[in-house]
Design a binder for this molecule. Structure first.
Ligand code: SR1
Ligand code: MG
Length: 386
């Protein structure tokens, strides 16, 4: 039949055709699309005893519409990434019930009992003691097991080939790692930030450092990444009295530099901290870099003795982790900058009653993280700067 764009009314028969739902008279569907890229529907039985989510990639960027075409093949990358993460951290992603490559649609666990981390933080909640540690742990589990430490060389080459995702990598290379430092129609910012936006475009030293991070993003095939690990890609809550952290939306997944995933998470934590500072609701925001790094490093070191290639010795591990840290600091800087003067902004800042002062502070912090990433060697150094 070929690819078709699913509308709310199509979902009951679609789910029946795909073998996920028998009684199409007892199904209520609503669209809950929220991200920049795709459509999401929730289907639920009348008594709420059954529910699931359907996510479909459109042939364009959802928030831009058909004027920004984008292959729906990106859903294949997402399905592949989920399959890989499920092997090593099944408790940290939603259960995937099926993937339909023809319609680029994933059927998955309904997580609407959980909350998007960004939404909670914007409402003034704290992170809690587990969230960032679990995120760090997930990055370690995914990255170690898909690196040359966790996989035989030939399997790694096959993984790299299977995970090539040129269109989505190009989005990141453009909207994160170059456009904010150029004159580009995608860029927009608050009028109060005109001076800084112009300064960033004219700053040759800043541009060279971003070029370095961009080239590392393009060439450093360290491990399979989530690829877009911001606080809007994390759901949290409690199930049966236990804290739950679920990472979703790995459509930007590819084999790249591990620091990119950590850096994105850090940037969003730092921006959320600026929001909390502006509103006087600062809770445990200041500690999230340290908690996520500790979670990452502890898990990566725990896995190290299982490495498949012992030519990589313990001294090399220290050097490797240092490089991941430095990359993460730099990518955190680029993520902050692009979220304020680039294409896709953050509700953390845009919904503030007076967004300019916090945005300005964050932008200046982002620049420092990019320029001084080699010397900012601990979470305390970054803390002092923030
Ligand atoms: C055109 S897409 C802009 C952003 O949305 C996605 O969530 C990624 O963060 C991407 O950079
Ligand atoms: Mg997303």
């Amino acid at each position: 039949m070929g690819y078709r764009i699913l509308e709310t009314d199509d979902i009951p028969s679609y789910l029946r055709e795909r073998g996920h739902w028998d009684d199409v008279d007892d199904i209520h569907v609503r669209e809950v699309s929220d991200g920049n890229m795709n459509r999401v529907f929730l289907a639920r039985s009348t008594d709420g005893s059954r529910s699931l989510a359907v996510k479909q990639a459109l042939p364009w960027v959802r928030v831009a519409g058909p004027s920004w075409p984008m292959s729906p093949d990106r859903a294949d990358a997402e399905a592949r990434a989920y399959a890989q993460i499920a092997k090593v951290a099944p408790d940290k992603i939603p259960a995937i019930l099926g993937y339909d490559p023809e319609n680029h649609a994933l059927v998955m666990e309904d997580m609407s009992d959980l909350e998007v981390l960004r939404t909670l933080l914007n409402e003034g909640a704290s992170y809690g003691p587990h969230t960032s540690a679990r995120i760090g742990e997930l990055v370690a589990q995914l990255s170690f097991t898909t690196s040359d430490f966790g996989m035989p060389s030939a399997d790694r080459k096959a993984l790299i080939a299977a995970s090539v995702s040129p269109e989505l990598c190009k989005i990141t290379e453009d909207v994160v790692l170059s456009e904010p430092y150029l004159t580009h129609e995608h860029n927009h910012w608050l009028p109060e930030l005109d001076d800084l936006a112009a300064e960033f475009r004219a700053d040759a030293a800043l541009r060279t450092e971003v070029a370095d991070l961009r080239h590392t993003f393009m060439t450093s095939a360290q491990a399979l990444l989530h690829g877009d690990l911001h606080t809007g890609s994390v759901m949290v809550g409690t199930r049966e009295g236990a804290p739950v952290v679920r990472v979703f939306d790995p459509e930007f997944s590819f084999v790249g530099p591990i620091g990119y995933d950590l850096g994105l998470y850090w940037a969003n934590a730092l921006v959320s901290e600026e929001r909390a500072r502006a509103l006087g609701t600062l809770a445990d925001h200041a500690d999230q870099l340290r908690l996520s790094w500790d979670g990452f490093e502890t898990e990566f070191r725990r896995l190290w003795p299982t490495r498949v290639d012992t030519f990589f010795d313990d001294a090399y591990l220290d050097r490797f982790l240092r490089r991941v840290w430095t990359d993460a600091v730099g990518y955190a800087g680029t993520e902050i900058v692009r979220r304020i003067i680039g294409f896709a902004h953050l509700t953390d800042l845009t919904t503030l009653p007076a967004p300019a002062p916090a945005s300005r502070r964050a932008l200046l912090l982002g620049r420092e993280l990019i320029l001084r990433r080699e010397e900012l060697s601990t979470a305390d150094h970054i803390r002092a700067l923030a």
